[in-house]
Structure formats: C-alpha cells, structure tokens
Design a protein around this ligand. Structure first.
Ligand SMILES: NC(=O)c1ccc[n+]([C@@H]2O[C@H](COP(=O)([O-])OP(=O)(O)OC[C@H]3O[C@@H](n4cnc5c(N)ncnc54)[C@H](O)[C@@H]3O)[C@@H](O)[C@H]2O)c1
Length: 281
C-alpha cells in the first residue's frame, strides 16, 4: 500500500475559533451563533474518506460547519478533497510513521484536531477460516484495528490540551451477528468496540468522548459494484430488519454527526447500531 503523504490544501477555509474550552459541553451564545452560521471552528478528521461511508461522513461534518481533513490510502482522496474544499492526505492508517506524520501535518496546517472518525477499513474480504493466512489476518487487523489505536492516540494528544474531543469509531453489525466467512473482519470489528470502551474510560477525564457506530447493510458504491442485484439485497434486508429499506451512507453520517456534536457530551463508551432494527439489544 502506498504511504506517500501529499497534503492537499483546502481551498475553502473557515476562520478558527479562539473560544475558551467548554468542557461540560454546554453551548454558549457565541457557539450557537457560530453553528447557525455553519462554522463551528472545529477540525474533523475522517479516515477512509475518499468514498463510501467515509465520504458521506466527511460531507456531513463539513455541512455541520467543521473544517474537514480526509486521510485515505487511495490517492483519489486528493481530488475528492480538492473538489469538496477539504484537505486530503494520502496515508496508510495502519502505518505508525504515516499516521504520526499525517497528524503532525494536520496540526501544523489546521492547528487542532477536535473530531476524529476512524472509518477506514479493509472491507469486502470474504473467505472461509481455513484460507485466512497469518499474513491475511495481520494485514486486516492492522488496517481495521491498529489504525484505530494509532489515530486515536495521535488525536487525543491534541484534544486533551483543550479538554474537548470526539472520537467516533466505525464498527459493524457483523460483530453482533458473527457472520460466516468473515472471521478476521468480525474479530477486528469486535476489537473496535472493545477499544472504544477502554479508551473512553481513559480519556474521559479530559472530556474526550469515544463512541462507536455499528452500521448494518449500507448501500455504497462498492456494494452496488460487488452485488449488482440490489433488489435481492433489499428484499433480504427487509426480512431481517424492522425497517424495510436499505441503509444509506447518509444514515451513518447522521449518527456520527450527533456523536461528534455538543448534544452528545454525556455519551461515551457506547456503540450505536444504525441498521434499520436488524440487531436489537
Ligand atoms: N458498507 C457496509 O455495509 C458496512 C457495514 C458495516 C460496517 N461498515 C464499515 O464502515 C466503514 C466504511 O465502509 P465502506 O463500505 O464505506 O468501505 P469502502 O471499502 O467503500 O471504503 C473504505 C475506505 O477506506 C480506505 N482505506 C482502506 N485501507 C486503508 C488504509 N490502510 N489507510 C487509509 N485508508 C484506507 C479505502 O481506500 C476506502 O476509501 C468501514 O469501517 C466498514 O467496515 C460498512
């Protein structure tokens, strides 16, 4: 995987807020006014933001008024970010040096990290347990789980300075279901839930919240490309979900938006299922 890091400068800049830290999350008038105008003054970093759910999350956080930085191993992130007015960084989030370099660059350019969404993952790797090699296992764990630790560590070091931060990790409904032919993927997504709880306990003293969103079956570009018979998928999902429609990337982005905002200041260590009522627990 490529680890080149070519920062793309954001063409649309929002002036940075110099407000005092607001650790208990209560909004003051100035902040409410800033949010109404679409400028929170906060910087949101989304990994795996060049397509699919990550891109929808980046779009939503930008619409919420955040300055958005997307990190992706796919060089397409540069053009995606340029055309959206975000900053794009090409980096492999499983690589410690690449992650630390990316966050150093973000802090240099943007001055702060307020929101981190750990979304990047190796997806769509379906294989029976006997054909999962140790190299396969280690690669998937590095991208899906080690990356969450690396990015959260880098972001929390900055967030604690202002005693405010939001980390949202993307897990998966497959952790609850224990799906066939996904043994490494399911294990990694369970690890994301465990990390979310443990990290929430540690960084809560600095008013950093850490939560997870667990998507159900979401219709992304990759999903449409991999499974052309979308009607069959919709019918199958309607059988197992309470709500008879496909989940969309915007559904996940809306949940992330809530957890990344001030209204979620007393929620931490939780995993929010966004799956049309597939899993109820
Ligand atoms: N689509 C679904 O139905 C679904 C369901 C449950 C959970 N999820 C989770 O939601 C998240 C997004 O899923 P998606 O369907 O949009 O996936 P996707 O495969 O379409 O997008 C993943 C993104 O992550 C990037 N990425 C992969 N490896 C990377 C690395 N080493 N460093 C940096 N970036 C990397 C890819 O380039 C891509 O842009 C993932 O965590 C996935 O596990 C998706």
């Amino acid at each position: 995987m490529s680890t080149s890091r070519t920062p793309v400068r954001c063409s649309v800049r929002v002036s940075m807020s110099r407000e005092k830290p607001n650790p208990d999350g209560h909004r003051n008038r100035r902040r409410v006014r800033a949010m109404t105008e679409g400028a929170t003054g906060r910087v949101a970093v989304v990994t795996g933001g060049s397509r699919g759910i990550g891109r929808a999350i980046a779009e939503r956080l930008a619409a919420d008024g955040h300055r958005v930085v997307v990190i992706d191993v796919d060089a397409a992130v540069e053009e995606v970010a340029r055309s959206a007015g975000w900053r794009g960084i090409v980096a492999d989030v499983s690589d410690e040096a690449a992650v630390d370099g990316a966050f150093a660059s973000i802090l240099e350019q943007e001055g702060r990290v307020d929101v981190l969404v750990n979304n990047a993952a190796l997806t769509g790797v379906h294989r029976p347990w006997e054909s999962v090699s140790v190299a396969d296992w280690d690669e998937l764990m590095a991208v899906n789980l080690r990356s969450v630790f690396l990015c959260s560590r880098a972001a929390a070091r900055d967030m604690r300075e202002r005693r405010w931060g939001r980390i949202v990790n993307i897990s998966s409904v497959t952790f609850a279901l224990g799906m066939r032919n996904l043994v490494d993927y399911v294990a990694s997504k369970g690890g994301v839930v465990g990390f979310t709880r443990a990290f929430a306990r540690e960084v809560g003293q600095d008013f950093i919240t850490v939560n997870a969103v667990s998507p159900g079956s979401i219709q992304t570009e990759a999903d449409i490309a991999n499974f052309p018979d979308q009607d069959a998928i919709a019918a199958a999902q309607a059988e197992v979900q309470a709500l008879p429609r496909r989940g969309m990337p915007a559904d996940i982005a809306a949940a992330v938006s809530f957890l990344a905002g001030d209204d979620a200041s007393f929620i931490t260590g939780q995993t929010l299922g966004v799956d049309g009522g597939w899993i109820m627990a």
